[in-house]
Design a binder for this molecule. Sequence first.
Ligand SMILES: [Zn+2]
Length: 447
Amino acid sequence: MTARGWLLLLLFVLLVGGATSAWFRAEGSPPEVRAPDAFRIGAAPGALELELFDADSGLRAVRVVLKHARGEAALVEENYPGGWITGGSPGHATRLDVPVDPARLALTSGDAFLHVTVRDWSWRDGFRGNETVLEVPVGIDLDPPTIRVASGLTYVSRGGAGAVAYSVSEPTRRDGVRVGDVPFPGFAPGGGEARFALFAVPIDGPEGPPIRVFAVDEAGNESEATWPAVVVERELPDAQVTLQQRFLDTKVRALARSENLPVEDLAAAFREINTNVRRANEVRIREILATSAAEPLWNGPFSQLANSKVTSRFGEQRRYYVDGEPASEARHMGYDLASTAAAKVTAANRGRVAFTGELGIYGNCVIVDHGLGLASLYGHLSRIDVAQGEAVDKGRVLGLSGATGLAGGDHLHFAILVGGIYVDPLEWWDPDWVRTHIEARLVRSAP
Ligand SMILES: [Zn+2]
């Protein structure tokens, strides 16, 4: 080929290459802005979360402006790395936190808009890139909700439960009662404005915990309200339990095996079961009870196992001994009820079965949700006669008593929980207590 021919070929290659790259670099797909349908801003400083994406040339720049009643405020102006020839880094989503400090911006409550402009590294629009503009409505609410507590003077025992009725001036993201740091969810069981929360004073919590109703509105503003609620402290009994060799050889060995624990030292295995396995079981129980029916499924007082004798009460601090040596300690979080062997165990009240099956120290176990955060637990069963999800009436047979799990002999371990916290079943067995402390404050929806 002649020199002129080579030159023509080179020109041709350059032209085709240039055209091809120009065709790619002048891509026409605009960047994407992913945002919720609307934002809410409360009084506290926070951030609004956006996601930006550009498929072909990559994100180049973003500008976010808040247009509100008193003017505009530029919240974000950001350029992303990239170049004329190479473009940016296309194909991956970029999270953008848009900081908002209502006090610094002197915002007032009302409607506003978030105006988002994004460009990419395309050569389109005179090399300025493809542009996407999105406007998202923003509700600014700087006022915390107003809480009105409807209940009067309330006495709650250490390890006991209580209830409070209240109303909140606006819809909430969450509300309820806090005892110290422990939150208990509120519900609207009557379907109207009236709200209701069950709460508990944890048996091992700090003395004199503050008890408050709280409400967080949809913009995140939080209010608290107090009312005269008095915690009645009480002495908790101690109990010494001597572990028999037969119990260690059979029960503890079998439980240790099923939990994959070493069985050379059975006292050590017992300690492990009584502390760490117990703790893991309690975590599981709280997971099971994380959601509760939003209406009261129970009605009136709870019933104690028929013809049963109390062999251990709620709140006992049990000190376990092996050969006269202290082995472990644990607080007893329920009632032990002994009847005949393989006695029919019945639902203490109306509810829905939240769990059935093997549950560590509790052996074969049934947990019933009674709604509004209230639940009952039946442990050490030899047989289970209900299925998870089943609605049960008070008195329905759940199974037969036994000695599965960490039980020395045939008995029922019966517990009641409020918001995942163990409370004294004695209160819930007492018709007067249930009527005056709970039912009198509860507005049920018309049937
Ligand atoms: Zn027990």
